[in-house]
Design a protein around this ligand. Sequence first.
Ligand code: FES
Length: 107
Amino acid sequence: MPRVRFVQQDGSGRSIEVGRDVSVMLAAVRNGIHGIDGECGGCLDCATCHVYVDEEQASSVPQPSEEELELLSAVSGERKPNSRLGCQLKVPAPLDELVVHVPARQS
Ligand code: FES
């Protein structure tokens, strides 16, 4: 089963098995990953699911939609070229593990 590895600011990480149809945000919330809130439940309304896709994998994930790009302008932490909203992100085939970095803050 594919996995998502969540890397915290201090470098610690946790890898979680997820189905390919489960978003990074849901995987985080269901497993108590610190620093990813997902307050709106994935409705593209809160930007509290902000993550940074590992730079080596950034080209492996689908491009964000216009709606996601718009909401990314409202993230609380630093916005970077590899910023994504976890509720819009899933582990794409053929990746076995997607690595995301948790920002310093969500709100
Ligand atoms: S969970 Fe609210 S925008 Fe992603």
